[in-house]
Design a protein around this ligand. Sequence first.
Ligand code: SER
Length: 314
Amino acid sequence: MERILITGAGGQLGSELSNALAAKYGNEAIIATDINEKAGEKFDYCTFEILDVLDKERLESLVEQYKVTQVYHLAAILSAVGEKNPLFTWKLNMDSLLNVLELGRMKKINKIYWPSSIAVFGKNTPVDNTPQDCVMDPTTVYGISKLAGERWCAYYFEKYGVDVRSLRYPGLIGYKSAAGGGTTDYAVDIFRAAIDGEEFECFLDKDMYLPMMYMPDAIKATLDLMDAPKEDITIRSSYNVSAISFSPKDIYKVLLKYYPDFKIKYNPDFRQEIAASWPDSIDDTRARLDWDWQHDYDLEKMAKDILSHLAPNK
Ligand code: SER
């Protein structure tokens, strides 16, 4: 039986991925962990443990206690918040990944999932249809840690045969839990403002295109990658995956169809510079060839789905 430990389970991705993994493997297979005790409220359906991912001994003892077979290591500090504390962001993002990879090397777990990001790319990267392999040169500490992490994943696979798999997520958009500290978060927050009838202040320029993905597609990509036969996985650093590309102006136009009085004002801050260093769109041919990746949601379909699930906050 699979036993799956998820770190950072209370976060934007973790909340939904934990649910999807529970639906697939059964509630009893899931050990959701988070540093934040309050996150436990989301996990009445499975085991929940408090875990600081820098605490290597506790991570190892949870793995032994629950006979964990797979770790989904999601805990990280994202791009915008990371810039406020670069050294700690580096420490948290890198040391925690190495703690998990070491469990793989010691054969204490069989499989690891670790998310990378479009933040691995930078100003010298081709901006349209960014290829899998190209100049990277990330500028944020988050991006630097993700690029280094990709190299560590490939290293542990090559040297020790650790079955670690990874995706370079675009901006992830979901409505079930709040985004936390990223540069792409405006595309989550804009829905709340539209529904609540508030003017939205956008921290990016109106024409700032970024690669994005609706959460159900991100979950599908993750589960498909983890299910793929080992021999089909030809990239052990991290796969480009893509779905939608849009700018704040584009998403605003879509929301105007539903809320004709919705107002937006653009007030770019330091996150504009981060966004400007990332690609506009991503070439994910390798994911499509290796494990049949296909996305389901474009911008219109995503907006329709999100708006059908959200009600105004009173
Ligand atoms: N969504 C992330 C961020 O904005 C990128 O991986 O930091």
